[in-house]
Design a protein around this ligand. Structure first.
Ligand SMILES: Cc1cc2nc3c(=O)[nH]c(=O)nc-3n(C[C@H](O)[C@H](O)[C@H](O)COP(=O)(O)OP(=O)(O)OC[C@H]3O[C@@H](n4cnc5c(N)ncnc54)[C@H](O)[C@@H]3O)c2cc1C
Length: 419
């Protein structure tokens, strides 16, 4: 089906005057068909940002975003570094950010440091509010699982069929054999304290805590003088997470900082992929043929940190800039992008092989500690997954955190398939 082309009337208020409501017609006695230009299956971060960017730049495009949960974006906080995205991207995502800081810190046993690099946090509520403001209510469908997809249609759990020129699958993390993954898993509690915490900015990694289950650190975001998010975090080989143990660790950590928790406001947990290898084409082929995949479903995350906000912003720009929204155009452009990004990140996966395969016990923490001895801009480029060729000799040289022969042997064995 060709893309529907409309005259763009820029600058008009969009919320209650969306010019092209979805078309409805009964296709048979059981199901109703509605048609759009573009359907976004899954209302998480990646598709939410695509919908938002389209509403900002192409208000003529009739978008539907379909989410199985009760609200767009679930219930997460999403953070990113100032250097992760470019100036224009900072501008168009600005209204989403609910907290910003000018610096952040890391703490290791031998080394603590504050980096003068901005850090900001958005969350699901901010994304949902921005979309509610930008799209007509009929475009946002929640509490509604997608049960089937084709490149031009989506079948909903209530038997409605939505059709469009193109469909994008942003239904999140998929179980896969195509990628070789390890895990960043965490449980966080947003808590109120009896006294001021005195923090000037986030502590991205406090790795002075006892090490277990891989590399362990605590992540703290100060949302207000007595209001913090504390996350007990692990870079682990396995996905198992014991919520009660992590809750106890958070309580112990707060007590060790001299903080008395008076109330737990909310809790969130995640088990995010970190990549050490894999076959991106095979991974993408696991999806519905001809349907573009975005976000975690496209392998678009920083292999070392698990962050995917910057990739989701870039993908939203890419989709919003497409010449048309035919299934073929979207699929080709989005897939090419995902493959290109994956292929450009081989060095990050090598770094992860050091971390997860070559390092033993506390050596994982030493690798991260040594990494944080590098200048701010090099560290910033790692988080943005934007390192230059010349960065890598610096990352891998210096005082080796693990014996070089063991490191080399691990890399060779991995390449030979002898993991
Ligand atoms: C608690 C948590 C905190 C995180 N913090 C950060 C962070 O600080 N910075 C960062 O960059 N990254 C962070 N991440 C990692 C990453 O950014 C998120 O996982 C991000 O949400 C991934 O985006 P996505 O759109 O691919 O998937 P998701 O945001 O998970 O979206 C997928 C959506 O699809 C929906 N869905 C699934 N199946 C169906 C279906 N059949 N029909 C309809 N809808 C369906 C899901 O309900 C979900 O809302 C965090 C992740 C978690 C879980």
């Amino acid at each position: 089906m060709p893309a529907v082309s409309r005259t763009v009337r820029r600058g008009q208020p969009k919320r209650h005057s969306f010019p092209f409501p979805p078309r409805h017609h009964k296709s048979n006695s059981k199901s109703v068909t509605q048609s759009f230009d573009l359907i976004l299956a899954g209302g998480g971060l990646a598709n939410g940002l695509i919908a938002l960017r389209l509403a900002q730049t192409r208000p003529d495009v009739r978008v539907a975003i379909v989410e199985s949960g009760p609200g767009i974006g679930g219930d997460h906080t999403w953070s990113s570094f100032g250097l992760d995205i470019n100036e224009e991207q900072r501008r168009w995502t600005q209204s989403l950010f609910v907290h910003r800081w000018d610096c952040y810190s890391v703490r290791f046993p031998q080394h603590a440091r504050t980096l003068d690099v901005g850090y900001g946090t958005t969350n699901s509520a901010a994304l949902a509010a921005a979309l509610a403001d930008a799209l007509p209510p009929s475009s946002i469908i929640t509490n509604m699982p997608v049960v089937a997809l084709t490149p031009t249609s989506v079948t909903l759990a209530d038997q409605r069929v939505l059709t469009a020129s193109g469909v994008i699958d942003g239904r999140g993390q998929k179980k896969t054999d195509a990628l070789d993954l390890r895990w960043q898993k965490f449980l966080g509690q947003e808590v109120e304290l009896a006294q001021d915490h005195g923090l000037k900015g986030p502590i991205i990694m406090d790795a002075t805590v006892p090490q277990q289950d891989g590399y362990r650190f605590v992540y703290t975001l100060p949302f207000g003088p007595r209001h913090v998010l504390i996350e007990d975090t692990y870079f682990s080989d396995g996905r198992d997470l014991a919520p009660d143990l992590l809750r106890r660790h958070i309580a112990d950590y707060a007590a060790a900082q001299g903080w008395q928790i008076t109330r737990t406001i909310r809790e969130e947990a995640g088990i995010l992929p970190l990549a050490i290898g894999g076959d991106i084409e095979k991974f993408l082929d696991e999806g519905t043929p001809g349907v573009a995949r975005v976000g975690l479903a496209a392998g678009l995350f920083n292999p070392v940190t698990g962050y995917s906000f910057p990739d989701a912003v870039r993908m939203a720009d890419l989709v919003a800039g497409l010449p048309d929204f035919s299934a073929a155009t979207i699929h080709r452009a989005v897939r090419d992008h995902a493959v290109r990004v994956w292929n450009s990140r081989g060095m990050y996966r090598i770094l992860n092989r050091m971390l997860f395969l070559a390092a033993q016990d506390e050596e994982r923490r030493t690798i991260l500690e040594r990494f944080y001895e590098h200048p701010d801009d090099l560290v910033g480029r790692l988080y943005a997954a934007d390192n230059r060729l010349l960065d890598w000799p610096k990352v891998f040289s210096g005082r080796p955190p693990i014996p070089p022969l063991r490191a080399l042997g691990t890399l060779v064995r991995y390449e030979l398939g002898l993991k």
